[in-house]
Write a protein that binds this ligand. Sequence first.
Ligand SMILES: Nc1ncnc2c1ncn2[C@@H]1O[C@H](COP(=O)(O)OP(=O)(O)OP(=O)(O)O)[C@@H](O)[C@H]1O
Ligand SMILES: O=C(O)C1=C[C@@H](O)[C@@H](O)[C@H](O)C1
Ligand SMILES: [Mg+2]
Length: 167
Amino acid sequence: MGLIFFVGFMGCGKTTWSRKLAAKLGYEFIDLDHVLEEQAGMSIAEYFSSFGEASFRELESAVLKQTKYPENAVVSTGGGLPCFFDHMDWMNANGKTVYIKLSPKTLADRLENGKAKRPLLRDKHGEELIAFITDKLAEREDFYLKAALIADGLHMSPEYLEELVNS
Ligand SMILES: Nc1ncnc2c1ncn2[C@@H]1O[C@H](COP(=O)(O)OP(=O)(O)OP(=O)(O)O)[C@@H](O)[C@H]1O
Ligand SMILES: O=C(O)C1=C[C@@H](O)[C@@H](O)[C@H](O)C1
Ligand SMILES: [Mg+2]
């Protein structure tokens, strides 16, 4: 089938489910946030604080377009990646895109514990975190909705995803 790109908001499950679908299909698993961290030689949080978001977005774009992909892979993208430059068009031209859709409340519940490594969320808690996610998701969802397929983030399983990408 080639390349499958998972897109969606931070915490929707891109890394978790890309890895599981890749195992189910016998494809390679690639996480572009991890590739970027390896290339930069530092964590994303460190990169943001040293060089800022604009520089991060340029590097993220180069990583998306210059990675040497194997023939078959499931690729987890950064939560903001689809919303910059021509990335959704590029991914749609080079593979099958899947948007993992979840409500702001569910995203906030999942993100409350994993915020340290997500620089955009770091200082936010409770209602403030939900409000931030609600606004940011409203800003971003038009990009995510350019995906070829939409997965219901509450009902994920390798079998469900395999059927979806083969549909
Ligand atoms: N279906 C699920 N049910 C419950 N928890 C889940 C589910 N899928 C993922 N999670 C949990 O939600 C959290 C976020 O998942 P994950 O890191 O895969 O998201 P992500 O989309 O890759 O986020 P980011 O864009 O920040 O890298 C993790 O703690 C993960 O274990
Ligand atoms: O939503 C975002 O803008 C981000 C999501 C993460 O996957 C990382 O790519 C980074 O923390 C930025
Ligand atoms: Mg991830």
